[in-house]
Write a protein that binds this ligand. Structure first.
Ligand code: KG4
Ligand code: ZN
Length: 342
């Protein structure tokens, strides 16, 4: 009987404001997960400055990779492949990771696997839920994306719905800025909302006629801004915690509603969430309850695996590796890469 060989993948992620590297064994065992966050730097400007992000990635990437290898107690010689995010994201930021991954793969004669960032977010669920296998529905909610996806098999996705305007995380960040909480707004709204009344202000829940899985968050964002303006014009003091809680509830209701429609229509008994907003406590709670009521298994990653990291890229790269996906030396950054495209 032949023993199956363990597969070690070094994964690199640099699509936005985190420089990250991880070593993942057999797709689900994280040996190291190093993240160098630039958030403090970008906070000064109220959001991510692409030029600064690229320069910081260049500064940090070698150190981050070295740390990931050290913590995993492996060397480049122990690796079976290099996985790297090549899109979507900020082009200059992505290029740093892609160039680095190509250099290592070329020098060590290793397979190179370009990974879609969203496929990474979805795959974060495999790490702590060893029993999770496709098919399942996944709600991906991050700073740049809001997608409702049917994960048909490893590497095979059908996008059921997407946002028509702002991503969920973007709406959180903009509302947070409007009430003076700073960047990134999601975690700050999450915290402040615990002190507020989610039913205090009836912010709108967008439903798109004829596209039951699509989302729109620009309306609720504008409603928050109008509410604040209205209070200011009337000289009424507004309650920030009530705004945070009511806004969060409006967004959560729509996310949960669309996700439940998808699991019911597709007859799938598993639902996962992914992306930075998936660490939101109100969303987790509401989704958990909705799943329990319907006898659906609910999966979610730990907060550190929800926001950008390289372990999730390693998990995705492993299944692409098994599927035979290999990128060429011409692999390039693709800022608007679509899920399921190569
Ligand atoms: O996945 P991610 O790290 O980056 C992208 O790929 O976009 O997501 C970052 C987004 C930000 O918009 C941030 O405000 C949001 O996730 N976020 C949250 C929470 N933690 C992070 N939003 C709501 N509640 C949270 N606890
Ligand atoms: Zn992300």
């Amino acid at each position: 009987m032949s023993e199956t060989k363990d597969i070690f993948i070094l994964a690199i992620e640099s699509s936005c404001d985190e420089t990250a590297a991880a070593v993942v064994k057999n797709g689900r065992e994280v040996l190291s997960n190093v993240i160098s966050s630039q958030i403090a730097l970008h906070t000064l400007y109220g959001g991510v400055v692409p030029e600064i992000a690229s320069r910081k990635h260049i500064e940090k990437i070698n150190q981050v990779i070295e740390e990931a290898l050290d913590q995993a107690e492996v060397t480049l010689d122990d690796l079976d492949a290099i996985g790297v995010t090549y899109g979507p994201g900020l082009v200059g930021a992505l290029l740093v990771g892609v160039a680095e991954a190509k250099a290592i793969a070329y020098a060590k004669k290793l397979p190179l696997i370009g990974v879609h960032h969203i496929e990474g977010h979805i795959s974060a669920n495999y790490i702590e839920n060893k029993e999770l296998e496709p098919p399942f529905i996944c709600l991906v909610v991050s700073g740049g994306h809001t997608h409702l996806v049917c994960v048909k098999d490893y590497g095979t996705y059908e996008i059921l719905g997407r946002t028509r305007d702002d991503a969920a995380g973007e709406a959180f960040d903009k509302v947070a800025r409007a009430i003076g909480l700073g960047y990134p707004g999601g975690p700050k709204i999450d915290k402040l909302a615990k002190e507020g009344n989610p039913n205090a202000i009836p912010f709108p829940r967008a439903h798109i006629e004829g596209a039951e899985y699509d989302f729109s968050f620009s309306g609720v964002k504008s409603a928050v801004l109008n509410y604040i303006n209205g209070c200011q014009m009337k000289g009424i003091e507004y309650h920030k915690a009530d705004i945070a809680a009511s806004f969060q509830k409006a967004v959560t209701d729509v996310l949960v509603g669309n996700a439940m429609r998808a699991v019911e229509t597709y007859g799938l008994k598993k639902l996962a969430i992914a992306g930075g907003v998936a660490s939101n406590s109100s969303l987790r709670e509401a989704m958990k309850q909705a799943c329990e009521e319907r006898g659906i298994e609910f999966y979610y990653p730990s907060p550190i695996l929800c926001t950008d990291n390289a372990a999730m890229i390693g998990a995705a790269a492993y299944y692409e590796y098994l599927n035979g996906t290999r990128s060429g030396w011409d692999l390039n950054a693709v800022p608007n890469l679509k899920l399921g495209e190569r």
